[in-house]
Structure formats: structure tokens, C-alpha cells
Design a protein around this ligand. Sequence first.
Ligand code: NAP
Length: 243
Amino acid sequence: MSTKIALVTGANKGIGLETVRQLASQGFHVLLGARSADKGQAAITQLANEGITAEFLPIDVSNSDSIASAVKSVESKFGHLDVLINNAGVNLDAPETSIEQTTAQTYRDTYETNVFGLIETTQAFLPLIQKAPGGRIVNVSSILGSLNFHATPDSPIYDFKGAPAYNTSKSAVNAYTVHLAYALKDTPIKVNTIHPGWVKTDMGGQEAPMEIVDGAKTSVQLATLAADGPTGTYTHDGETLPW
Ligand SMILES: NC(=O)c1ccc[n+]([C@@H]2O[C@H](COP(=O)([O-])OP(=O)(O)OC[C@H]3O[C@@H](n4cnc5c(N)ncnc54)[C@H](OP(=O)(O)O)[C@@H]3O)[C@@H](O)[C@H]2O)c1
């Protein structure tokens, strides 16, 4: 069997870097996507020091030219892509800012990466994913994207309304996942969205209960689904979340 090619975006640190580590350890040839060459190369060096091989791929998901160059590079080197993990994300909501004060610009900037960047990256790589025998697309969302939980007073996140631009961007990621999974339902490609957990990263903060090593597990689970695995799901560590 030939080595599978996986791309993880936003992988120079945090959950993305750990996802690269775990997929590489499982035998994937992993493309470590990062928008900064310095940070991307530093992450590759860090992994190499641990005995793990990965390849740096420059990709800024909010820049169309950068996405197009990344696709060209993968196409010329490999001709296909087995796994795309849309992990890159930002949370630009200032803490303590109410929804009334959150500016349209904050929504625009957040959506540029979390929503439009994810969609453009996915669409640009889709022809290469369709050339793989069984493509897997994993959209890294958040439990904070669950409209059902946000609208349900006894849910675990009912009172977590402090980042409206971020939260609604992840709801949009969930909606896109449902639509793309439907469009590809009669193909071998599986499209799923995940919540990694509340994880100790620069974004999650040090008070988060989960270690990074566990925060990458759900992405890896969905990236390595068997042919009879599900598509169009929203899960965390094997548990289904309500949309
Ligand atoms: N941590 C949590 O508790 C938690 C919970 C739920 C969901 N998530 C989601 O998990 C994913 C990873 O989060 P994390 O906690 O690992 O965050 P993180 O440590 O802040 O890492 C975010 C990564 O995304 C990259 N990135 C941001 N904008 C980008 C762009 N335009 N193009 C390419 N890369 C870009 C960052 O690159 P730079 O270093 O260049 O900024 C960084 O590598 C995100 O989608 C996040 O929303 C995290």
C-alpha cells in the first residue's frame, strides 16, 4: 500500500502540530501547513528532534494565492491528497466584550479565516482529494458552534456566549460540513466536523482541562476512518454532538 498524504492547516503549534505528530506516527506522510515559514520550519525541526518526519507546506488559508500555490505544490509532488484537516483557526473576540459591542469587522476578520478560509481551502483541494481512493476531510469546529447547545438552557455551554464572532463562525463551519457531506455522500469521501475538547493551547488557555496530546485525538480518529465509517457527523471523542 502506498503512503497516505495528509495536510493539516494551522499546524505550527497547538492542536494542529500534535495532529501532525500523531498522523506521522501512524505512517502518514504529513504536510505541516503553516502561514509563517519561520514557524513552520521551526515546527518541522521540533518534530525531527523527536524522530518524526513531516514536510512543511506554506499555506495561509485567508490568502487565495497562498492556497493556490499550496494546491499546485501538492499536485505536482503527489498528484492527490488523502486527508485534509482544516485546523487553522482564530478567536478574535476580545474577552468581556458584549455581543452589542462586537463589531462587524471582528466578524469579518474571524470569518475570513475560520469560514471562508476553510471553504476556499477545501474547494481548492477537493479535486486532489477526489483523486485519492478514500478521501477524508476533517473540519475542526468547536462545541461552541453548536446552535442546539447555545439555545438549550441546561446545556454545558448555554452561558458561554462571550465570543460571538468565534462561536457563530464555528456554527457556519458545521453548516458547511453538512452541505459538503451531502454533496459527496455517494462518493468514498467522508466529511466530518469535530470538537477537539477544551485544550491547553494559546487559544484554549492554561486553565483548559485537556492536554494537547488528547486534543488531537478526535481529528486523528476522523482522519483515519475506515471505508464504512460515517460522514456528515459532529463529534468529540466518539460522542455525537447536537448541531
Ligand atoms: N484549544 C481549544 O480549547 C479549542 C477548542 C475548540 C476548538 N478549537 C479549534 O482547534 C483549532 C486549533 O486551535 P488551537 O487551540 O490549537 O489554537 P492555536 O494554538 O492558537 O493555533 C492556531 C493555529 O492556526 C493558525 N492560523 C491562524 N490563522 C491562520 C491562517 N489564516 N492561515 C493558516 N494558519 C492560520 C495559527 O498560526 P500562527 O501561529 O501563524 O498564528 C496556529 O498555527 C482551531 O480551529 C480552534 O478554533 C480549539
